[in-house]
Ligand binder design. Structure first.
Ligand code: ZN
Length: 506
């Protein structure tokens, strides 16, 4: 049966049941009624709350359909499964069966980077709408980076006045900008909540903050004026760790973001911190000496734990990219998002998860959706099994899975959706379904649910382009590599890792 992600258990009976022509269902949840022909208390397709050990049970008999769940979220999942079973036509005979279902992981996410390219509310809502049809329950919203700050913070208005606008993109000379008002964020958050998706905002700190220091140069080490980055790559104009005004400004941002995003999770970034300016800064040096630190990684650790403590008063659980483990001092409450592909990082993440830290599996290869199919194929994404990477004993430590979509090279909505779908559905399946892969079965079910994307007018990569052969893959990989090089700031700090900065030189 074409259900994706694959349910935990299906007991198949004999015969079928057909919706009445109008396809109405008995539910008091408008979001479910809207998925079918509307609500009608007399319908033989009933959604009701009640006790069950499962996320939901969906029972289809010749007489009717009963969806049972203890929560509204469970009922929504049952509705999604039922919608998939219709195959796009409410006249279809549904097979007599009972589905017993529950998710493997509690965190199943996609990420959209709205900093490198800005996408309006309608695009974000369309993404949420479609993700919900495959039981994703989080959208990681990357709203701040070197190339643009995308929120309005009333206490720090230059963040949107200056930080949301750049002069061009990789030399094209065309200004690019945009930010979300508080009313727009509320619209997005509410829309997502109705579909049982939590928006996880990311304020990437302390690196990837050139848009913030362009707005408020006094928050950087040098205090010198700079512009919002118009090239990609890793930038070294970042927040200072030694100036108290940095923490005061961050607290103001946290206060407003915590209100805008009522969910439990809050991403603090922590990746790719080029510490070139820290190494020359007297304020960073003073912090370094006062705290008795041994290297610049520990200085990042000090900064990170301090902002985590600030965030705690808003009741949030922090998530950080896995480089945050490098200090060796990361606060125990922090969740780590594992993205890098190098062996030392893998060892650190493995050790952390075995010591009880929660980890999100998000490894760049193959989960980064900005790479073409020839580099990160649908097959590779489907076949990644988190336990094989992190060890059998890590099941409890794995909070879930996430496929990020960075947008350095994604400037329009069509490309955004084409990159996201259908590959993200492989990640949806890994996040929800019990372990054990069967690719042929997955592909059959995938074909059977794509009508949901067609119906929403979403353009996705055709299946025959999702797993290109060796030659096409090599060509795509070469072209993508060249594009990345060409669009990186020639003066960017992308080689900072080799610079062996161990402590401030002042
Ligand atoms: Zn500094």
């Amino acid at each position: 049966m074409n259900i994706l992600p694959k349910p935990f258990r299906i007991d198949i009976g004999e015969g079928g049941f057909s919706f009445r022509a109008d396809g109405k269902v008995a539910t008091d949840m408008p979001v479910i009624a809207a998925m079918f022909g509307g609500a009608d208390a007399a319908s033989r397709v009933r959604f009701r709350k009640g006790d069950t050990e499962w996320d939901y049970e969906l029972k289809i008999t010749k007489q009717g359909v009963t969806a049972l769940a203890a929560t509204e979220e469970g009922l929504f999942h049952a509705a999604v499964t039922l919608l998939q079973l219709t195959g796009g036509s409410l006249e279809t005979d549904l097979p007599v069966c009972t589905v017993y279902d529950k998710p493997r992981f509690g965190y199943r996410a996609g990420m959209i980077d709205v900093s490198r390219h800005f996408f309006g509310v309608d695009v974000i809502k369309k993404m949420i709408d479609t993700m919900a049809l495959f039981k994703f329950n989080h959208l990681h919203f990357h709203v701040s980076d070197d190339q643009g700050f995308r929120l309005r913070i009333d206490a720090l208005p230059k963040l949107h006045q200056i930080g949301s606008e750049r002069k061009g993109t990789c030399g094209d000379g065309e200004p690019h900008g945009g930010y979300y008002t508080k009313a727009q964020i509320k619209e997005i958050v509410d829309y997502a909540a109705e579909r049982f998706i939590e928006i996880v905002p990311e304020l990437d700190l302390p690196g990837h903050t050139r848009a913030i220091v362009a707005a408020y140069p006094e928050l950087s080490c040098s205090g010198k004026a700079t512009e919002v980055a118009s090239w990609f790559g890793i930038h070294s104009k970042i927040l200072c760790t030694g100036k108290e005004r940095v923490y005061e400004a961050l607290d103001k941002i946290f206060a407003e973001m915590a209100e805008m995003f009522p969910g439990k999770l809050f991403h603090l970034g922590g990746d790719e911190v080029a510490k070139l300016e820290w190494a020359k800064c007297p304020d960073c040096a003073a912090t370094y000496r006062r705290e008795g630190l041994k290297n610049l990684e520990e200085l990042q650790g000090y900064f990170t734990n301090r902002v985590i403590n600030m965030l705690k008063k808003y009741g949030k659980t922090p998530i950080l990219w896995n480089e945050a483990l490098n200090s060796g001092t990361l606060d125990k409450s922090a969740v780590v998002q594992y993205w890098t592909t190098d062996r030392p990082s893998a060892e650190k993440v493995k050790k952390a998860v075995q010591e009880g830290r929660k980890v999100i599996m998000s490894r760049c290869a193959p989960y980064y959706l900005d790479y073409p199919c020839g580099v990160h194929s649908l097959k590779a994404m489907y076949e990644l099994e988190p336990l094989e990477e992190l060890g059998k004993e890590s099941e409890k430590g794995i909070m879930g899975v996430e496929c990020p979509l960075w947008t350095e090279h994604v400037a329009d909505a069509e490309t955004l959706f084409r990159r996201f779908y259908p590959r993200a559905l492989a990640v949806a399946e890994t996040g929800w379904s019990a372990p054990g892969k069967d690719r042929a079965d997955f592909m059959e079910r995938l074909k059977g649910v794509l009508f949901l994307l067609d119906r929403k007018g979403v353009v996705y990569t055709p299946l025959d382009e999702c797993d290109p052969g060796k030659i096409k893959s090599a060509l795509q990989a070469a072209a993508f590599g060249m594009k990345m090089q060409r669009r990186c700031d020639p003066t960017s700090a992308r080689n900072w890792r080799s610079m062996r900065l161990r402590e401030p030189r002042v």
